[in-house]
Ligand binder design. Structure first.
Ligand SMILES: [Zn+2]
Length: 180
């Protein structure tokens, strides 16, 4: 039996882990949605699925461009997998507290207060502009991923108690590393 060759090749990218400096830098606007950008988005999806994440921003794979991908279909089937280029929040409302984690901070979870609803604009992979409203988890993922584009991490929202726990955890991690 002959197999059908599929043109799209996907590659897993390396996820940058906190405290990699690239995670703290500001990403640039994408000037044109080229085939290379399309390929990068496919690779970001692949990388996110492999790591079992629900969102990923380009700086997390070391690329300082304003691109995010997310897929929360497993939790909220009404939202299809999505890639947004140059996303901007144009409206937000409400407030919700929820638990978050991040592929760049493995093993760390925390409660973060965010807007309950966000309306965003951005470009699709065709280069056309879309306007999109996300609620609850979708709103949370969009805000989390878009903050990555400005070098902001979810731990920056921690209160003093969570911050103290994080500090201890990081210290423990570095001690473990030294012991090995
Ligand atoms: Zn993240």
């Amino acid at each position: 039996m002959t197999s059908i060759l599929i043109e799209i090749k996907m590659a897993k990218l390396n996820i940058e882990i906190y405290t990699a400096p690239v995670l703290r830098r500001c990403a640039s606007l994408v000037e044109r949605v080229t085939p290379e950008i399309n390929q990068l988005v496919q690779d970001m999806f692949e990388t996110m699925y492999e790591a079992k994440g629900i969102g990923l921003a380009a700086p997390q794979v070391g690329i300082l461009q304003r691109i995010i991908v997310c897929d929360i279909e497993e939790y909220e089937p009404m939202y299809p997998p999505m890639a947004l280029i140059n996303p901007v929040i144009i409206e937000c409302s409400g407030q919700a507290i929820g638990e978050e984690g991040c592929l760049s901070l493995p093993g760390i979870m925390g409660l973060v207060t965010r807007a309950e609803m966000v309306c965003v604009t951005g470009l699709t992979l065709n280069g056309t502009e879309v306007k999109f409203t996300g609620l609850d988890l979708m709103a949370r993922v969009l805000q989390h991923e878009m903050e990555h584009l400005d070098g902001v991490l979810f731990i920056d929202h921690f209160d003093n108690m969570q911050r103290a726990m994080l500090k201890e955890l990081m210290l423990e991690k570095s001690n473990n590393k030294e012991a090995k």
